[in-house]
Design a protein around this ligand. Structure first.
Ligand SMILES: N=CN[C@@H](CCC(=O)O)C(=O)O
Ligand SMILES: [Zn+2]
Length: 432
């Protein structure tokens, strides 16, 4: 496989650009439905990447001849298939030890998410297992998960800590994320989530204080020493009886002052006003939002904060879906995430897009925009990732299907439509 970032893909029927310029960092409202798609009846479209960036898009006959001569140029014959941008997973918890299949059975029998957690399960169960695990074991597991994500078309991933809740394990998780970011082909935007739950034996106020006065300053020191380069975001599980508005605000503002982007769990199980808080403090993104209020929708639209919706969680916890249509109509920027974690064990972004279409009533173009350009924007990458335009990073998925919609349509069989996954112009997965 090529590792020069020089790649030529030919014989394409469709190129799904999403947008056709580098300036548009997101699409909102009606614009989410009008994505740019190039199509050729004679399948003569081509994409050229050099040094990992997109250099040319269009009919093969217009290709610059000097570049075709590049000795290191890898080639892919798409055989009349299509190409879409690499998928961007805007929310995941991919570093943990143990699983929670026993809790899935409890929830099927009627227990709610918070009942399981109050009984010592949920995040607390995973925290115990993750504290016991070695960093090497966490790295090995995350590498396997990242490889599966790549196979499913994810080329960029937001990845959270949050199963330590004390400094040593939170740091171990962030270091594990950093190792995978350094070694693996997947691109990672790491998030500190020490406020994922109130640790047993502590209180909301004490945990908020320890995060603000100890953990965030330590992270700042490590970052300035160049040790946690992938760390970009700060997160809180802002929820009734977890971290409520006051402590969430304290932690998120401290994270923001330390240079991290605010990207947090809001209004999932109760209408606490997390969306309003996020808009007020300039959050870059908020996730879940199943219980968002009308005021929250208006505030997010005005502030330009991204709503990262998580269809697999709403599906498997049987939550009322977030009001995606009302949010789109109000102009809120919608992104999608897998929320891969031991509670919602789904890492496939094509499946997430399918669920968003069926359960959140989004159209296929809206779901694709949300899983590419808008998710990239939620991670501060809206001008460089998430679309196929000259100068952007060449993150691409070559599909066997002539029409791109098959990546969403073929529920649970999407991997058979994915022929090749390309990260920064290098082939990182090929269907055999
Ligand atoms: N709701 C909070 N956090 C995760 C679940 C984490 C867990 O249950 O382990 C979520 O986004 O769904
Ligand atoms: Zn989450």
């Amino acid at each position: 496989m090529s590792s020069t970032g020089n790649l030529l893909i030919t014989n394409l029927h469709q190129i799904v650009q999403i947008v056709d310029d580098g300036d548009t960092a997101f699409l909102a409202g009606k614009d989410m439905s009008s994505i740019k798609v190039l199509e050729s009846k004679s399948n003569d479209l081509a994409i050229l990447s050099t040094d990992g960036l997109i250099k040319f898009i269009g009919p093969k006959s217009n290709l610059p001849t000097d570049v075709i001569e590049l000795p290191t140029l890898a080639t892919i014959d798409a055989c009349g298939g299509s190409v879409i941008p690499g998928l961007v997973d805007g929310h995941s918890h991919p570093v943990f030890a143990g699983d929670r299949v026993h809790e899935f059975a409890m929830k099927l029998a009627g227990a709610t998410y918070m009942e399981v957690q109050a009984a010592g399960g949920g995040i607390h169960f995973t925290t115990t297992k993750t504290r016991e695990a070695t960093k090497a074991a966490l790295v090995a597991d995350f590498k396997k998960i990242a490889t599966e994500m790549i196979k499913n078309g994810t080329t960029t991933l937001e990845a959270k800590s949050g199963y330590g809740l004390e400094w040593e394990t939170e740091l171990k998780m962030l270091e594990a994320i950093q190792e995978v970011a350094d070694l693996h082909t997947i691109e990672v935007s790491a998030t500190f989530c020490g406020a994922h739950a109130v640790p047993r034996g502590s209180t909301e106020a004490k945990q908020a204080e320890v995060i603000v006065s100890h953990m965030i300053p330590e992270l700042v020191k490590l970052k300035s020493a160049g040790k946690l380069n992938s760390l970009e975001n700060i997160d809180v599980f802002c929820e009734k009886n977890v971290f409520e508005l006051e402590s969430s605000k304290k932690i998120l503002k401290a994270g923001k002052d330390a240079g991290l982007a605010v990207n947090f769990h809001a209004d999932e199980l109760s209408a606490l006003g997390g969306a309003e808080l996020g808009a007020e403090i300039g959050a870059r993104a908020m996730s879940h939002l199943e219980e968002i209020s009308e005021k929250g929708i208006a505030a997010m639209a005005k502030a330009g904060t991204v709503a990262t919706l998580l269809p697999s969680t709403a599906f498997m916890l049987r939550l009322t879906p977030p009001p995606a249509r009302a949010m789109i109509d109000a102009g809120v920027i919608i992104a999608l995430g897998s929320d891969f974690n031991p509670n919602a064990y789904c890492l496939s972004m094509p499946t997430i897009m399918h669920l968003a279409c069926v359960n959140f009533r989004m159209s296929m173009p809206e779901a694709l925009v949300a899983a590419t350009l808008n998710s990239a924007h939620s991670l501060g990458r809206g001008n460089t990732h998430g679309a196929i335009t000259v100068g952007r990073v060449a993150d691409l998925i070559v599909l066997t299907a002539a029409n791109w919609e098959h990546i969403i349509y073929r529920l649970a069989a999407q991997c058979s439509v994915i022929n090749t996954v390309v990260k920064a112009g290098n082939v990182v997965y090929q269907h055999s």
